[in-house]
Design a protein around this ligand. Structure first.
Ligand code: MF3
Ligand code: CO
Ligand code: CO
Length: 295
């Protein structure tokens, strides 16, 4: 892998987020007025910044993830089981020369997470039959040519009721507002702040136990990307950072319970929960979505 060097001026804010000028902070003994952000972010945060060829690899994996979600969307209807969704995702992924990342990941037994209604995330596909009005999140992560991309959507089976429509709309808007904060100079806290502010303004709540994450070379890399937080807090965003934003939004309270299968996370109050996830890369002036879909 080639090295990627991004220049930071002596008088620019230090990329470590201290608020100091770079020359007064992490620049150290360098006289050149620039530093290697790749080395800095690796050392300070264990974040592996991606270079152009890596981003292209993740983009291709992301295209496959989105094509897979489109296939699932065309098949979702009352009467199908969550295991049938697993088979669709597994077979399509393999057919396209990729590997479903969830399969055997830390003991996860299936190729995709399918989370219905009160299930927040990590639902294990099985015999559950979708009913009219269910909301169903399908979370696809594929490994193509060694690169990982991760995205999910919440679909309706049949005709949704007003609670289902509301939670899906709020979760979608949360992802959009989170993405709108992604540009160099903003921080990870800005993303969480935008999401939390919207969710709570609608009387909904943000799950704390699961967060977005770096992705690309591995399934879950640093940094963590909470969907709650304060403006200006946390790591400063720099070009080449690739991570997910994947807010889990509950119609009721934020608390969760993990079922005895050790995976399935459900809302403690059994209220509906919805989620949307995309993988993105920070660019020089904003971000590029590597798992593009319209919200
Ligand atoms: N795709 C999930 C995420 O967005 C992780 C699923 S881990 C699994 O991070 F093992 F349940 F697949
Ligand atoms: Co993810
Ligand atoms: Co995911």
């Amino acid at each position: 892998m080639k090295n990627r060097t991004v220049k930071v001026g002596r008088n620019d804010p230090c990329p470590c987020g201290s608020g100091l000028k770079y020359k007064k902070c992490c620049l150290g003994g360098s006289k050149s007025g620039s530093e290697d952000l790749t080395a800095l972010y690796a050392k300070k945060y264990r974040i592996r910044l991606k270079q152009a060829e890596d981003i292209q690899g993740i983009r291709e994996a992301g295209r496959l993830v989105i094509d897979t979600l489109d296939l699932v969307e065309s098949e979702i209807k009352p009467g199908i089981t969550t295991d049938e969704i697993n088979t669709l995702v597994h077979d399509y992924t393999i057919k396209h020369g990729a590997i479903p990342a969830p399969l055997n990941y830390r003991g996860f037994p299936k190729s995709v997470c399918v989370s219905v209604n009160e299930v927040i995330c990590h639902g294990i596909p099985g015999e559950r039959v979708l009913k009219d009005g269910d909301i169903v999140n399908v979370d696809v992560t594929s490994i193509l040519n060694g690169y990982y991309a991760d995205a999910n959507k919440t679909f309706f089976a049949g005709t949704p009721g007003s609670n289902a429509r509301k939670i899906v709309q709020v979760a979608k808007k949360c992802l959009d507002l989170g993405k709108s904060m992604v540009k160099p100079g903003n921080t990870i806290g800005d993303i969480g702040w935008a999401i939390q502010t919207h969710a709570e303004s609608k009387g909904c709540s943000v799950v704390r136990e699961f967060v977005g994450h770096g992705v690309g070379f591995d399934f879950h890399e640093p940094p963590q990307v909470p969907h709650f937080g304060r403006r200006g807090e946390g790591i400063r965003l720099v070009p080449g950072m690739v991570f997910t934003i994947e807010p889990m939004i509950n119609l009721g309270k934020k608390e969760l319970v993990v079922l005895s299968d050790k995976w399935t996370a459900v809302t403690k109050d059994r209220s509906l929960s919805a989620q949307f996830e995309q993988t993105l890369v920070v660019t020089d002036h904003g971000c590029e979505i590597l798992t593009p879909y319209e919200t």
